[in-house]
Design a protein around this ligand. Structure first.
Ligand SMILES: NC(=O)c1ccc[n+]([C@@H]2O[C@H](COP(=O)([O-])OP(=O)(O)OC[C@H]3O[C@@H](n4cnc5c(N)ncnc54)[C@H](OP(=O)(O)O)[C@@H]3O)[C@@H](O)[C@H]2O)c1
Length: 243
């Protein structure tokens, strides 16, 4: 059986490693870019379908990234700024946006007979401006403050904007989905979850819960299930745990 290959960035993160596990379980080949000093669990590292590239995506020369991207049919970013002073306020301030842009540019250097898939792990704190998503004045104010004062929030917004506005809806080389979880929690097993085109609750004043395992499950299904991909491509689905 010819297996497809997915490149995962942010693979060492709490959600990224769950995604790698689920993709490997589905028989996919996975390339994971993991920076020095970080690691994946040993049961994943020993898997024959996993290739780990030891590098920091934010420092990777474009020519090298183009080589890593070649031969991949799908790309997932589970990147997020570390919750430390340096992670939130230090460089790279546009970790996620730069990675999304650089991967998309590397993809556009290659040749493929079909559009390749890009899945971005985003947040319900980001509004999909393609839809008429209404948020309260209070939430708008808080989001404006976050945008100004918390670089990772602006980064998440700009990363999704890159896909929405630069890659767009009819790109012959790349199709995309930006997955928006609410408050992330850890759970031991994949459980029931709900998908919505737009948030059904306030991300700021009434946040729901989304387990990282469910996010990883949905993202892996987007990669392998064509029907699901066609249902959500070019959109920013919101994922909540079923209460
Ligand atoms: N917390 C929430 O409730 C919530 C809700 C919705 C959405 N989100 C979004 O979900 C995303 C992922 O969440 P998570 O909890 O799975 O994240 P996480 O565990 O913090 O993982 C972040 C990943 O990004 C990598 N990374 C961080 N800084 C980097 C840098 N400078 N260069 C290269 N790689 C770097 C980390 O690598 P290392 O292992 O090397 O550090 C790790 O692989 C984030 O974008 C977050 O904004 C969060």
């Amino acid at each position: 059986m010819k297996r497809d290959t997915t490149l995962v960035v942010g693979a060492s993160g709490a959600t990224g490693r769950l995604l790698v596990e689920q993709l490997l379980r589905k028989g996919m080949n996975v390339r994971a870019i993991v920076r020095a000093g970080s690691a994946l669990p040993s049961h994943l590292l020993s898997h024959e379908n996993l290739t780990v590239i030891s590098a920091s995506i934010s420092d990777m020369p474009q020519a090298e990234l183009t080589k890593v991207v070649a031969g991949c049919g799908s790309f997932v970013s589970c990147l997020g700024h570390n919750l430390s002073f340096k992670g939130i306020l230090g460089k790279p301030r546009r970790l996620v946006t730069d990675a999304v842009r650089n991967i998309c540019q590397a993809v556009s250097q290659g040749e493929s007979d079909r559009p390749l898939k890009f899945v971005l792990m985003n947040t319900t704190g980001n509004i999909n401006h393609d839809l008429n998503e209404v948020v309260s004045v209070g939430q708008k104010l808080v989001l404006a403050l976050l945008r100004l004062l918390v670089p990772p929030h602006a980064d998440n917004e700009q990363a999704a904007n890159y896909l929405r506005l630069k890659v767009g809806q009819d790109n012959p080389q790349i199709e995309w989905v930006a997955v928006r979880p609410d408050g992330l929690i850890n759970e031991g097993q994949v459980a029931d979850y709900e998908l919505h085109a737009s948030p059904t609750r306030s991300a700021i004043f009434n946040a729901g819960k989304t387990s990282r395992r469910n996010v990883a499950h949905f993202m892996s299904e987007l990669i392998t299930e064509e029907g699901l991909w066609n249902e959500w491509k070019g959109q920013m689905p919101v994922i909540y745990n079923t209460p």
